[in-house]
Design a protein around this ligand. Sequence first.
Ligand SMILES: Cc1cc2nc3c(=O)[nH]c(=O)nc-3n(C[C@H](O)[C@H](O)[C@H](O)COP(=O)(O)OP(=O)(O)OC[C@H]3O[C@@H](n4cnc5c(N)ncnc54)[C@H](O)[C@@H]3O)c2cc1C
Length: 329
Amino acid sequence: MSDCLVIGGGVIGMMTARSLSLSGAKVTLLDQQQCANESSWAGGGIISPLYPWKYDDLTNELSIASQAVYEQLCAQIFEDTGLDPQYLKSGLLMMDEFDTSEAKTWMQKYKLTYQAHPQGALFTNIAQVRNPRLLKALKADIINKGVNIIEHTKVESLLIKGDCAIGVKTNQQDYLSNSIVVCSGAWSSQWLSLIEEVFPMKGQMIVLKADSSIVEHIVLDQGRYIIPRKDGRILVGSTMQNVGFDRSTDEQTRQSLYEFASQRFELLAKAEVEHHWSGFRPASKLGQVMLGRYAQFDNVYLNTGHFRNGLNMAPESAKRITQLITHEA
Ligand SMILES: Cc1cc2nc3c(=O)[nH]c(=O)nc-3n(C[C@H](O)[C@H](O)[C@H](O)COP(=O)(O)OP(=O)(O)OC[C@H]3O[C@@H](n4cnc5c(N)ncnc54)[C@H](O)[C@@H]3O)c2cc1C
């Protein structure tokens, strides 16, 4: 029996498992397939919300606190595992919406500013991680720290005795635990009844193979973005499609993402599309993170519904849920 069961092995589940494990808890993490394969793998890895003034205070607080620790966290994980998450402060060039009154109020409130740039506003402190690498490193790190990862095990429901949750029922066997943390992303409402339903919001992305000198900063315009990786690969995203768990990608989206990038950087018109994929953001109607105690049982906790910002909010979300479980806060 473990102290804590973490349900889901995306960035939220693995950061939560890491943080709980560092606090001294004996942690078991369950995933219905392999860890690190879903939204957290599919995402762009920008360590900031896009147009942060469009989000609520909690999202901004979690994001800003996470931004403050990300570089050090990645360095620590790299040192401990030998796997580099490629944290890179590439800056973000915003081509639109940076001079609205909403944006100005937000910048005053959070004391953040930008550098003027011929094409818009350059937010020099915004960074990115290579999220598939971060996940690989995180998985190795939590295994080293003693987290018991059990994959290909689908949680079907809470296991209830009297009026207490004593563990979870899976398609393999029952697992008992003192506390349970729900980090199941877009699937959270599939096995647990939540007041605010979590549902998948599909996003498609492409990656281009190009020269690393073509794009210097992350570029954001009209809700779409271009992310230059260190090795010259360039990610272009993304769509917002409320179509259930349909993983398919389509030619029209591929073409429109390609055009978006090549219209802004002529040299990308020659670049080859290496890969095109989709992922399921954990969305909810209110668009708010669900972070805290589950209403029905005191020892069940929610860390889900991170929508477009799970990668950038993960460290602080994991810290806060750990503090709640260990009664530090
Ligand atoms: C195209 C795209 C671009 C994005 N770009 C960014 C970005 O640049 N920056 C950013 O911060 N965020 C971005 N996001 C959002 C971010 O990826 C998500 O918010 C984040 O990955 C959510 O993490 P998670 O761990 O909750 O979910 P996931 O990574 O989806 O992990 C959930 C895990 O739970 C497991 N699971 C589910 N149900 C069960 C069950 N019943 N039993 C056992 N296991 C279960 C799944 O198998 C999965 O491994 C993007 C998302 C997409 C799709």
